[in-house]
Design a protein around this ligand. Structure first.
Ligand SMILES: Nc1nc2c(c(CN[C@H]3C=C[C@H](O)[C@@H]3O)cn2[C@@H]2O[C@H](COP(=O)(O)O)[C@@H](O)[C@H]2O)c(=O)[nH]1
Length: 419
C-alpha cells in the first residue's frame, strides 16, 4: 500500500520569522556545558572525572579512530541509516542539492528518528526483549536480522516505509484521520510473535505517540511541513554566519518535546540530548566524503564544534569502562541492583553532567595530541560521542576487547522521553 501525502493547504503555513525568540550570539558558550559544570560541583563525589584515565583513554580513542578511519561520513556506512545523495562540491550548487525531494525525505527521516531516540533499555531481556526484524539490504535479502535497543527504531521505521506507510512525513503524522494511533502502534510492533502477551512492546509507546503528534504539528504549522523548513528558517534568520547552537536554541524553543532540562538545586540545567543529536545526525548524514576535500558542508558551513556529547545511558557506561569517569560505590550499587534512577535525581544528573564534561576533556586531550594545525571541525565532541557509542555496542557484543579495562556495569535505568 502506498499512501500519498500532500500538504493540506489549511494546515501548512509558510514558515515565518519568530518574533519572540532572542537572538543568540555566534560565540555563545553551550548552556549544556555551563549546566554540567554547575551540577558537577555538587555531585562530583558521586561521579568524578579521572585525570589519569582521561589521558590514557584519549590516546586509545585517538589511535583507534585513526586506525579505523572513523569520520563523520562513517554514519553513511551504517546499514540502517537513510542515506542522502553525496553533497555537491561547491556552495553554488547547494540550493539545487537541497531542493531534491530525497533530501527533504532524508531530513524528515532524521527528525523522526531523533524525536523517538529514547528509552530502549529492556525491563526483561533475553527472548522476551523488544526487537524488530529487518532485512539489512531491503526485502530482497535472504534473511532478516532482529534489532534491539536503539537499532530497533530505524529497523521499525524502515519496515513501515518499505510497506508504503509514509511514517516519517510530518504531514501524515499530524493528521489522525490519515494516521490513526493504530498505525503508529503497528509501526512499533515487535516482530517476534506479534501481539503475543509474552513479548515486550517498545517502552513508552503512549508517550511516543504524543511526541510524534506534537512535533509534527509544529513542523506543519510553522515550518512548511518538514524539518527542511526549520533549517531554511534558521538560514534566513542567521545567514552565512549561522551556528549550530543557534539551531539548537530554535529546536528547544519550538518543540517542548526536545526541552531536556531539569531544575537542580534551584537552577534550570539543560542536557538537550535529543536536540543536539538531531543536529549531529544531520551534520553526519550530509557531511562531504573524506575524498571531497575543501568541500563546504551543505547545511552546517560553520561546523558543529559547539555541541557536546549526548547524555544518554550508553556512553556513560563506556566512559566508566575506559576509566574516564569514576563511580562512587553507591552509584555502582544502584547500577548493579537495577534500581530505577528517577529523572532529575541526584545520581542521574551526576552521571549525565560528568559524561558531558568528560567528553569535553577527551576532546581537549585529543586536540593536544593532534597539536597545532588541527582544524576546529576535526576533533569534535559529536564525533567522539558517535565513536564511543559505537565502541560501547562493539564491547557489549564482544566484538572488541579492551584489555585491562573495568568490568561492564549495567546501564543506568531512567525511564524518560529525554534519552
Ligand atoms: N550518546 C549517544 N546516544 C545514542 C546514540 C545513538 C545512535 N546514534 C547513531 C548515529 C551515530 C552513531 O554512530 C549511531 O549509529 C543512540 N543513542 C542512545 O543510546 C541509548 C540506546 O542504547 P542501546 O539500548 O544500547 O541501543 C538511548 O539512550 C539512545 O537515545 C549516539 O550516537 N550517541
Amino acid at each position: 500500500m502506498t499512501v500519498l501525502v500532500e500538504c493540506s493547504p489549511t494546515k501548512i503555513h509558510h514558515s515565518r520569522r519568530l518574533s519572540t525568540v532572542s537572538t543568540i550570539k555566534s560565540d555563545e558558550k553551550n548552556p549544556v556545558i555551563i549546566s554540567s559544570e554547575y551540577v558537577y560541583k555538587s555531585t562530583q563525589r558521586l561521579v568524578n572525572l579521572n585525570e589519569d584515565g582521561i589521558k590514557t583513554a584519549s590516546k586509545y580513542i585517538h589511535s583507534r579512530m585513526s586506525d579505523t578511519s572513523y569520520a563523520p561520513s562513517t554514519w553513511r556506512t551504517q546499514p540502517l541509516h537513510f542515506i542522502p545523495p553525496v553533497p555537491p562540491l561547491t556552495s553554488a550548487a547547494v540550493d539545487a542539492y537541497l531542493s531534491q525531494p530525497v533530501v527533504k525525505r532524508t531530513l524528515d527521516w532524521i527528525f523522526f528518528i531523533s524525536a523517538m531516540n529514547f528509552s530502549f533499555w529492556s525491563d526483561r531481556g533475553g527472548e522476551e526483549r523488544y526487537g524488530v526484524a529487518w532485512y539489512e539490504d531491503g526485502w530482497a535479502a535472504a534473511s532478516a536480522e532482529e534489532y534491539t535497543g536503539y537499532w530497533s527504531l530505524p529497523a521499525a521505521t524502515n519496515r513501515a516505509l518499505s510497506r508504503g506507510i509514509p511514517i516519517t512525513s510530518p504531514v501524515f503524522l499530524s493528521n489522525p484521520s490519515l494516521c490513526p494511533d493504530s498505525v503508529i502502534e503497528q509501526l512499533f510492533a515487535p516482530s517476534r510473535e506479534e501481539g503475543s502477551k509474552d513479548v515486550e512492546t517498545i517502552p513508552l509507546l503512549a508517550e511516543r505517540i504524543k511526541v510524534l503528534r506534537r512535533v509534527s504539528e509544529v513542523l506543519c504549522t510553522r515550518f512548511n511541513g518538514s524539518y527542511l523548513g526549520l533549517i531554511e528558517e534558521w538560514k534566513t534568520r542567521y545567514g552565512e554566519n549561522r551556528t549550530a547552537l543557534q539551531l539548537v536554541h530554535m529546536v528547544v524553543e519550538e518543540f517542548i518535546d526536545f526541552r531536556d532540562e531539569v531544575v537542580w538545586r534551584g537552577k534550570k540545567v539543560m542536557f538537550l540530548k535529543r536536540a543536539q543529536i538531531l543536529l549531529a545526525e544531520t551534520w553526519a548524514a550530509f557531511h562531504p566524503l573524506p575524498t571531497q576535500t575543501n568541500t563546504p558542508h551543505p547545511i552546517f558551513p560553520n561546523g558543529i564544534g559547539q555541541l557536546t556529547m549526548f547524555a544518554d545511558y550508553r556512553v556513560p557506561q563506556i566512559l566508566y569502562i575506559l576509566g574516564i569517569i569514576d563511580y562512587a560505590p553507591e552509584i555502582l550499587e544502584q547500577l548493579k541492583s537495577g534500581q530505577l534512577l528517577p529523572h532529575g535525581s541526584e545520581s542521574e544528573v551526576a552521571i549525565r553532567a560528568a559524561s558531558i564534561l568528560a567528553v569535553e576533556r577527551v576532546k581537549e586531550a585529543i586536540a593536544d595530541i593532534h597539536g597545532a594545525g588541527a582544524s576546529n571541525d576535526e576533533v569534535t565532541s559529536v564525533l567522539i560521542d558517535f565513536f564511543l557509542w559505537d565502541l560501547a555496542k562493539d564491547v557489549e557484543a564482544g566484538d572488541v576487547a579492551l584489555g585491562e579495562s573495568r568490568k561492564i556495569p549495567p546501564v543506568h535505568r531512567t525511564r524518560s522521553i529525554w534519552y
